[in-house]
Write a protein that binds this ligand. Structure first.
Ligand SMILES: Cc1cc2nc3c(=O)[nH]c(=O)nc-3n(C[C@H](O)[C@H](O)[C@H](O)COP(=O)(O)OP(=O)(O)OC[C@H]3O[C@@H](n4cnc5c(N)ncnc54)[C@H](O)[C@@H]3O)c2cc1C
Length: 359
């Protein structure tokens, strides 16, 4: 009886959510208003928590995520714990993010429910410094000190993960800082991916340059004798990237068509396989997942081979995750958690993505 009520509740929730997603502009405006109103308007936070936050996030703390993790573990699905703080640039916040990451790593140690921990470079290092360096600007003495502190945080997180045998995903972000992030991730992989593969860098295949960058990094890894960890995605910032390029009168770094992105994504997966990378195919696209799972089987790879993973975001493509796991593949759900206000940028991207599905 309890399960029936739960399943009716979920169906109604899905119906409400998908109808809401038919009005993306209104939802986005509502969410911006909600972000502003947290702390000012009573019930604003509760409303967000009960609706969109509850759908995509595990809870406000790691401990809040336990019921979700246990439920997924019953289906043989692991989680990639993702403390959702991004881009604050303040010292106290960045230290808090580092401490939370170390807490996640300790929790994930020897815990098959948590095969991965996730972080964004901008949670540990100010975004504006990444932007300056990528733009070729020289940092002032004071900025250089801030940079070194950020790098020390990143190094500590990667070293602790390596010592605890926990894998790390480094997320990819906007194109105007991504070259710096890519360089940092390469540096960490060179140090910590020698014996085991600890660090995974993210390649956004919606970017025109992504396939050649992936190829270049695979060659560098081969020459420097370490294994590249790759999380392959299409990319989450398409609208912003296109808008910024248009405003600056520049050519968009994003493929012109969905088909070009899809082709690059599938080619990227094959390239990783051929060049010996460890690969996490992070996608809700059934075609790409079927293509790659068939490819693994045709090449005589056991479905539970620890070098290959599939990943979907919590709250999305549950049927696809279930189907992959039923075929024996390694599946991990990205599980963001943290205070509601810190997760608003993540939730806005999910609204964009889901309204895109309806578009
Ligand atoms: C576990 C996981 C982790 C992720 N981590 C990151 C990350 O670190 N950084 C990041 O940026 N993204 C990340 N993403 C990707 C992002 O959040 C979206 O989920 C993803 O882009 C949706 O694509 P899809 O592969 O599920 O397939 P689909 O739903 O088939 O593809 C949709 C995507 O295709 C691309 N696209 C759509 N229309 C066009 C067009 N007209 N022209 C060109 N391209 C188009 C866009 O990237 C769009 O998001 C992650 C996704 C997952 C599942």
């Amino acid at each position: 009886m309890g399960n029936v009520v739960k399943s009716i509740g979920k169906t109604l929730g899905d119906w409400f959510f998908y109808n809401l997603m038919r009005f993306p502009t209104a939802v986005k405006a509502g969410m911006r208003l909600a972000t502003w109103s947290i702390g000012k308007v009573p019930f604003a936070k509760t409303l967000i928590r009960k609706t969109i936050y509850g759908r995509f996030c595990g809870g406000e703390s790691l401990e809040d995520c336990l019921p979700v993790m246990n439920e997924l573990a019953l289906q043989n699905i692991g989680v990639a714990l993702d403390f959702g703080l991004e881009g604050s640039g303040e010292d106290a916040q960045m230290n808090r993010a580092k401490e939370e990451l170390l807490h996640c790593i300790a929790f994930a140690h020897n815990n098959p429910q948590v095969p991965f921990v996730v972080f964004k470079v901008t949670a540990l290092l100010p975004k504006k410094l990444l932007e300056k360096r990528q733009g070729g600007e020289i940092l002032s003495e004071q900025e250089s000190d801030v940079w070194l502190s950020g790098m020390a945080r990143i190094e500590e997180v990667c070293r602790t993960a390596s010592e605890n045998e926990v894998r790390l995903f480094i997320d990819a972000e906007e194109s105007w800082i991504q070259q710096e992030i890519r360089g940092i991730a390469m540096g960490m992989m060179e140090r910590f991916n020698k014996e085991a593969v600890t660090v995974f860098s993210t390649y956004q295949m919606y970017r025109k340059q992504a396939l050649s960058e992936l190829d270049e990094d695979l060659r560098k890894a081969d020459q420097a004798d370490f294994t590249l960890g790759v999380k392959l995605v299409r990319g989450a910032y398409m609208e912003t990237e296109r808008r910024i390029a248009l405003q600056a009168g520049e050519v968009s770094p994003i493929h012109e068509t969905k088909m070009e992105t899809d082709t690059a994504f599938n080619q990227g997966a094959m390239l990783c396989f051929r060049q010996g990378a460890n690969l996490c195919l992070a996608s809700h696209n059934q075609g790409s997942c079927v293509l790659f799972s068939d490819f693994l089987r045709e090449n005589g790879i056991r479905s539970d081979d620890a070098r290959f993973w599939f990943s979907q975001l919590f709250g999305m493509a549950d049927e696809l995750s279930a189907s992959l796991v039923s075929q024996g593949f390694n599946v991990v759900k990205y599980l963001p958690y943290g205070p509601v206000e810190d997760l608003m940028p993540y939730l806005l991207r999910r609204v964009e993505e889901n309204s895109g599905v309806f578009g």
